[in-house]
Write a protein of this length. Structure first.
Length: 623
């Protein structure tokens, strides 16, 4: 009875894939041969007459290959030993299992020596395209120490059936080195011989297809091929037989294995995908913004010309929800392998949630008609709204952060403050006067919205306790913070507008104005004893006389009424004289004196000159 695997495929533009990650390749040995064939045949392929020869431990299914350096994620394996040998790390140079099984005549012919422990999977199948193509990897523990020896482990994929060029294939090996007719075997793909645990360095024998795994962390085999593709032209819809076989050559000892990619045998598919325009805006179509080219792609141009018919369903109306009605078929012209229709969803202004556009495609490429389902998503475009920092009042000199955030539309959003010109969703400003700040926002669909925020700048309180000062000869100083404020707070917590200072120190006050703004000031006060200067009492001098005024010593500086700076000052004329003195602490004092010059001199005479005799006296009188 012919078995047929039919799969209804559902594709979406945006797909989320969840992969289970583990530390190494996952090997499941002893899987039923039919299950192995079902693993490698794809959609719509028919198969029958499944047979397996070999040990149960030598066959199975593998997954999680992407965590290794194998190059294939999942599929089936056949070995000349056991599946449990496959997982790494590569800690042995001679791992293997002797199954005690016989070899295979076809493989013996390829290897040129006797074969053992053959593992052979074969079945009949009907291809629906003109090409049989699948990917595989061959690996072995015979690498690298048995290269060019008689232990030339070998495998092959042998096809039997009609030759499209005429005649008949009989065990035609399709596992060949690319571009040659040479089968894949140890001696045919390598990078030379080397001792166990040593990386080989040639000579190269098709080494471009060889991957050395000496010391590898994910697989045990000492070496394996790169991912290769086996293919052969066939006649669609005819029955073929394939034999997949691997065996030890020359002995039973070391394992070799071959890995075949999952879903390798596939029917020709019509691939359908969407390329949104403009590119990079959204993975989905968006009403009034993101359109799409719906591309229908054949396996190759040999299937053209062809008209592909499809039924359109889903929640989006193909006639009303798009700028142009969507046709129900598309023609791919001769020589082409694809064609597309352009879909432009209109912006209807209604919030309907995500809508679907579903194509049910009639696939007549193969031997049977199949129906593939492809689903696309159409997203509502909802006009942007903008959240922004509300209007506020700040005090003079204060810095404020302005924040805006866009919602709806299609992200990412592009923010542009007008003045200052800054491209960001957040700015910091320190306005000197009341200012309105405007921001403009666009999204990926060129939607536009703008808003503004006004910052009112309130004047700061005017507060001045004066310059740092010294108090000389007094017991206290009264500090005045001024009136008209709603609150005061001095350094000790007192709340009056004045503060009496009696000790040296630094004093501060913070005040709040009726508008809520606060200001502060501080002053340093020092106390020192008084100083004295004495110029004496007011005095009178006669004309022509000089009086010296002395301010006394020990002062830091002197300042007389005429700007001179000496300790003494000479006075010869009538006037008021003063001096200010300063000591080292900054204390100061001054004194003033009135000096008068008397210019009214007395008149008298001692008489005329005379001559006196010796011994005679005469009395002189001023009168």
């Amino acid at each position: 009875m012919i078995r047929k695997i039919t799969v209804l495929l559902a594709f979406a533009i945006l797909v989320t894939i969840s992969n289970k990650i583990s530390a190494q390749i996952n090997i499941q040995s002893g899987v039923e041969p039919i299950a192995m064939v079902e693993n490698i045949v794809g959609e719509g392929v028919v198969f029958d007459n499944v047979q397996y020869t070999g040990a149960n431990s030598a066959r199975g299914i593998f997954t999680n290959g992407s965590t290794t350096n194998l190059g294939i994620e999942s599929g089936i394996f056949l070995t000349s030993g056991a599946g449990y040998v496959i997982p790494g790390p590569n800690t042995q140079s001679s791992a293997g299992s002797n199954n005690g099984m016989s070899g295979d005549a076809t493989l013996t012919g390829l290897a040129g020596v006797s074969t053992y422990d053959a593992s052979v999977l074969q079945f009949d199948f009907v291809p629906e395209s003109d090409t049989l193509r699948f990917k595989y990897v061959f690996g072995s523990e015979e690498y690298n120490e048995y290269v060019f020896s008689s232990f030339n482990d070998v495998f092959g994929y042998f096809v039997t059936g009609p030759d499209p060029n005429g005649g008949y294939f009989s065990n035609e090996n399709v596992a060949l080195i690319p571009g040659t007719e040479i089968p894949i075997a140890i001696n045919n793909v390598n990078n030379g011989w080397s001792s166990p645990g040593v990386v080989p360095n040639g000579p190269c024998t098709h080494c471009e297809y060889y991957v050395d795994n000496t010391g590898g962390m994910t697989l045990e085999y000492d070496g394996f091929t790169a991912v290769l593709t086996a293919w052969i032209m066939v006649v669609p819809c005819e029955t073929y037989h394939i034999k997949m076989a691997i065996a030890d050559a020359g002995d039973h000892i070391f394992d070799s294995g071959v890995f075949l990619e999952e879903n390798s045998f596939e029917s020709p598919k019509i691939e359908v995908e969407a390329e949104p325009t403009p590119e990079g805006v959204s993975d989905n179509m968006v009403e009034g913004c993101v359109e799409a080219d719906i591309i229908f792609r054949l396996p190759n141009s040999s299937y053209a010309p062809i008209t592909i018919n499809y039924e359109i369903t889903g929640t989006a109306d193909p006639d009303l929800d798009f700028e142009d009605p969507i046709p129900t078929s598309i023609t791919i012209d001769e020589g082409n392998d694809s064609a597309f229709i352009h879909v432009a969803p209109i912006k209807d202004g209604m919030l309907e949630g995500d809508e679907t556009l579903i194509f049910i495609i009639t696939n007549e490429l193969g031997c049977t008609v199949r129906y593939d389902t492809v689903e696309f998503i159409i997203v509502d475009y909802v006009d942007m709204v903008l959240s922004i920092t509300p209007d506020m009042a700040i005090c003079e000199g204060q810095t404020v952060e302005l924040v805006t955030e866009a919602f709806n539309g299609i992200s990412p959003y592009f923010y542009q403050w007008v003045e200052p010109s800054i491209e960001n969703d957040t700015i910091e400003v320190t306005p000197e006067e009341t200012t309105t700040y405007k921001v403009q926002v666009t999204d990926m669909c060129e939607g536009f919205i703008e808003d503004s925020v006004t910052i009112v700048v309130l004047p700061m309180p005017e507060l001045n306790l004066g310059n740092d000062t010294v108090v000389c000869g007094a017991d206290s100083l009264v500090l005045h913070a001024g009136g008209g404020f709603t609150s005061y707070q001095w350094q000790d917590g007192s709340a009056d507008s004045i503060y009496v200072v009696t000790e040296p120190g630094t004093y501060w006050v913070q005040v709040m104005a009726p508008n809520g703004c606060t200001a502060g000031d501080q002053i340093t006060v020092n106390f020192f004893p008084p100083i004295f200067v004495d110029l004496g009492i007011d005095t009178v001098i006669c004309i022509g006389e000089t009086v010296i005024l002395d301010a006394g010593g020990g002062f830091e500086s002197y300042y007389w009424q005429d700007g001179s700076n000496n300790q003494t000052y000479d006075v010869t004329i009538t006037g008021t004289y003063w001096v200010q003195v300063f000591d080292a602490n900054g204390c100061t004092t001054f004194d003033t004196i009135q000096v008068s010059v008397d210019d009214d001199a007395p008149e008298f005479s001692l008489g005329d000159d005379m001559t006196l005799c010796y011994g005679v006296s005469y009395t002189l009188s001023t009168g």
